[in-house]
Design a protein around this ligand. Structure first.
Ligand code: CMP
Length: 142
């Protein structure tokens, strides 16, 4: 399996709870290397743009409201098999269904406020990383 990248977003709920440091430390302990990291506060338009694929879903308005509520941290991560590995570490979308010890189980509240975002495929990850980072911020690995 080749090196892959994935995008982690530490969402406003986890930021408000002061868990960004714990989450980044956990991801590094799990073997991910941090290729880029920034803190920002999304406008509604930026949150809508990021989650455009969910525009027709009934929870879209709630999702945009939440994601623009306060600061977030976006982290471009790299590891072998990063997409699947990261999804295992964060757990199911709904923290109630997430396995014990996963990041969403530890820090998430409900399906809307679930502490972190994860990319679902390498193509999505590349698009999502490009949404937040310029190419020169996240140089290709040698
Ligand atoms: P995320 O990994 O950021 O990708 C899309 C997000 O939509 C997801 O995590 C959830 O936070 C949110 N989401 C998915 N289903 C629901 C739902 N039924 N109600 C509210 N938010 C949802």
């Amino acid at each position: 399996m080749a090196l892959q990248r994935t995008l982690c977003i530490i969402k406003p709920d986890a930021m408000e709870a002061g868990k960004s440091g714990a989450i980044v430390a956990r991801l590094q302990e799990e073997g991910f290397s941090v290729k880029g990291m920034r803190q920002l506060h999304l406008s509604r338009a930026q949150a809508e743009g990021f989650y455009d694929v969910h525009r027709e879903r009934p929870f879209f308005g709630e999702l945009v409201e939440f994601m623009s509520r306060g600061p977030i941290v976006v982290v471009a991560l790299e590891a072998e098999n990063a997409i699947e590995k990261y999804r295992e570490v964060i757990g199911a979308t709904n923290p109630a269904d997430a396995a014990e010890g996963t990041i969403r189980k530890l820090y998430g509240t409900d399906v809307g406020e679930n502490a972190v975002h994860g990319s679902d495929a390498p193509e999505t990850a590349a698009k999502e990383i490009g949404y937040f980072f310029a190419g020169c911020d996240v140089r290709p690995s040698a």
